[in-house]
Design a binder for this molecule. Structure first.
Ligand code: IVH
Length: 707
């Protein structure tokens, strides 16, 4: 994707708006996949890159910053099933550094902030960044009373019963402050991970992509007895609420946690300054492969806790800490073949089949090759990448992984190229259905034009349709859908809802199939019936239209209210001079890319007929439209900041939007109202400078009361 991007400094305002929307959708989807479903879709490196690009665009166009800006978010909302826990103190994320120079700048900015000269001593701690998931343990009077995941930083999941099964987590502490929240990382060692996957495979259960996912999947079990059988570990490295300070320094506090009975990382060291920190980083990096657990960098923290509290926090990260990430891990191997996979939107994605090679402890035999330009050695504008070297079957290629799930082919060694190797010819026909595969101007991707006649697209669309954020039909997951598709029982979403009728005694036939019994068959039909009534936002998302992610789908639902209003608006918007088109692109958060994609999908006859058949089966619940009448905040731009005590951020936003307000993440001249909770920082200062009205949370409730 990097290859088709326009440099941030060259983006027009209109492009920037569209791009921010795209990034918000992509990152929200990636967050859900990673945090809520424990099944990451983007590599860490790609995720970091998208986040950085988002921040760069926002820095250039501050007024375009979205209410749902990814830079304001840590993690993802909690999954259904666990009770929610509000963190007394927010669980923070860390800002990232990649180069040694970033560490010097980090030190400089801290000195500036604290008013220290270069000659003043300023110590830091340096310790491995554990690649697991963070957990907050609350002890009251020395007893473990609650364990919570980070969630979105404000609200996490209550996993107390699960945490109690972890040996590294003490049930009682002696000599601890009355209230003590210990924070740290739950992780799984390489050996335990390999063991677990072997056990899972032996019983035909799901295996995990990496130790982090295994740890997350194991901790977040509704049945704690499953967690008990999973070998999880815990390193303590930080704290939340405290009734008495642990020490004066970070290193002292860690020592204290160790004395209280927690595992602390033995590679934690106090350093005198950047040179010392970078030396320790190198030392940790050298030991990385033999540590026996995954780490993805080194975390530096200002050692003096007095300085830490003066430095405080930005919206999601402390000013006094930074994560120095390791570069991606690399290995060289042979490219044996290139396979083409066809996705939900028809995109042809080339996948490298490799001679298996170990990259950072993981055996890699597949890697992505992105798209045809990437293979040919050029970017979407025709400019050379990799010095213009193309990639051929038989080549010796470099594979890299950055804590990644999907490794990438990065480079090729021309000296080792076999004489007979031929330039790769990217298929012009879909390998699945034989339809023409077309590459539109400006698109890096070639797409199958077969639509629903292409089995690969149809199956991927169905999988999307039944996915968690879409119809989420219990007992009908990706695997079952694929089976039904292959057997010809379900060819398109509408077929799901006629399954029972078409098979008359559907139950009878289904229960005779492999993997189905009378009860599971009945449960499936019941689950399908249950989803026959569906909220408009979910329905729009489930259609799997390009660029229409969850966020966009809900925006559309809120704007149009009903399916009829939505579909007639999209139909009418086909005419670019129509009011409907102006209305569609006028929705805050909908750009021309999304609008075109919607209009084109609805105009495609086969696709449209399939949508109509589906909707005929459903009862679509209208979405709550913003109420403007009698609303004191209709049309106003509202910003929420600081800690909110009576509602979550998401609730606040939803409520404000339902009253016709626009919620923004940053204060600007356009802001009408700032709702500031305790701990509000720079936003409040800025609002005051700009003369924006400021109220507290109670004031907000007074204002909207009765509305
Ligand atoms: S300190 C207020 N120290 O990295 C600062 N975090 O990317 C809280 N992590 O959410 C974090 N090892 O889950 C800290 N030694 C370490 C860490 C660490 C891993 C995780 C943690 C955090 C994430 C941020």
């Amino acid at each position: 994707m990097a290859e088709q991007e326009i440099a941030v400094k060259e983006l027009s305002e209109a492009d920037a708006r569209v791009e921010l929307e795209r990034l918000a959708t992509l990152l929200a989807e990636a967050n859900t996949a990673y945090h809520t479903e424990d099944a990451p879709e983007l590599s860490d490196a790609e995720y970091d890159r998208l986040k950085r690009r988002n921040a760069e665009i926002e820095a250039r166009f501050p007024t375009l910053k979205r209410a749902d800006s990814p830079s304001e978010q840590v993690g993802a909302p909690v999954a259904d099933g666990f009770a929610k826990v509000r963190h007394e103190m927010r669980m923070m994320s860390l800002s990232n550094a990649f180069e040694d120079d970033d560490i010097t700048s980090f030190d400089q900015s801290i000195r500036r902030y604290l008013g220290l000269s270069d000659a003043d001593p300023l110590a830091y701690t340096a310790e491995p960044k554990i690649d697991g998931l963070s957990l907050s343990l609350r002890y009251e009077n020395g007893k473990l009373v609650q364990a919570a995941t980070r969630g979105d930083g404000t609200t996490g999941e209550n996993v107390t019963a699960n945490a109690r099964t972890i040996d590294d987590i003490p049930e009682t502490l002696s000599g601890a402050p009355e209230v003590l929240e210990v924070r740290g990382e739950v992780y799984m060692s390489h050996a335990d991970f390999a063991d677990l996957n072997a056990r899972q495979a032996a019983k035909g259960a799901k295996t995990f992509a990496n130790p982090r996912n295994a740890a997350a999947g194991s901790l977040r079990q509704l049945d704690a007895s499953i967690t008990k059988d999973r070998p999880l570990r815990f390193f303590a490295y930080s704290w939340g609420a405290l009734s008495a300070a642990l020490a004066d320094t970070q290193i002292g506090a860690i020592q204290r946690l160790k004395e209280l009975g927690f595992q602390t990382n033995p590679l934690t060291k106090r350093c005198d300054g950047p040179a010392d920190m970078i030396a320790h980083y190198k030392a940790i990096e050298e030991q990385r492969a033999t540590l026996g657990y995954d780490i993805d960098g080194v975390v530096y923290k200002v050692d003096d806790l007095g300085y830490q509290s003066r430095l405080g926090f930005r919206s999601t990260t402390p000013r006094w800490a930074i994560a120095h990430k390791f570069p991606a891990e690399l290995a060289w191997t042979r490219l044996e073949a290139i396979d083409i996979q066809v996705g939900r939107t028809g995109a042809l994605s080339p996948v490298a089949r490799l001679t298996p090679v170990t990259v950072g402890g993981v055996v890699v035999s597949n890697a992505t090759l992105h798209n045809e330009d990437y293979i040919a050695g050029r970017d979407a504008n025709g400019a050379p990448i990799r010095g213009g070297k193309d990639i051929r079957i038989g080549d010796w290629v470099q594979v890299y992984r950055a804590g990644d799930v999907i490794p990438k082919v990065a480079d090729v060694d021309l000296d080792k190229r076999p004489d007979a190797a031929q330039p790769y010819e990217f298929p012009k026909l879909c390998p699945e259905c034989g339809s023409e595969a077309i590459r539109e101007e400006g698109d890096a991707v070639r797409r199958c034009s077969g639509g629903l006649i292409c089995p690969a697209q149809a199956v991927e669309k169905l999988k999307h349709f039944v996915s968690r954020a879409a119809f989420d039909i219990e007992g009908l997951g990706a695997k079952q859908v694929e089976q039904f598709y292959n057997d010809g029982w379900i060819k398109e979403p509408a077929d799901i809802f006629t399954l029972k009728d078409r098979y008359g005694s559907g139950l009878q036939q289904l229960k005779n199939r492999e993997g189905w019994g009378e009860k599971s068959a009945q449960n499936l039909f019941d689950a399908i019936e249950e989803k026959r009534t569906i909220p408009l936002g979910r329905l729009i998302f489930s259609l799997g239209i390009r660029h229409v992610g969850e966020v966009v789908a809900n925006l559309l639902a809120r704007s149009y209210g009903t399916w009829d209003a939505f579909q007639s608006a999209i139909d009418a918007a086909h005419d670019p001079d129509s009011e409907a088109w102006a209305g569609l692109v006028g929705i805050d958060g909908i750009g021309t890319v999304v609008a075109n994609s919607l209009v084109n999908s609805f105009a495609q006859e086969a696709e449209r007929a399939s949508i109509d058949r589906l909707v005929a089966q459903l009862t679509v619940q209208a979405a709550e439209r913003p109420r403007t009448e009698g609303s004191p905040v209709a049309g106003k731009t509202v910003v929420f900041t600081g800690t909110l005590e009576r509602m979550t951020r998401a609730e606040a936003k939803a409520r404000a939007e339902s009253l016709g307000a626009k919620v923004s993440g940053s204060v600007s001249a356009k802001t009408d109202l700032l709702v500031a909770g305790p701990g509000a920082g720079s936003k409040e200062t800025k609002a005051r400078d700009l003369g924006v009205q400021i109220i507290d949370e109670d004031g907000w409730f007074d204002l909207i009361e009765g509305a």
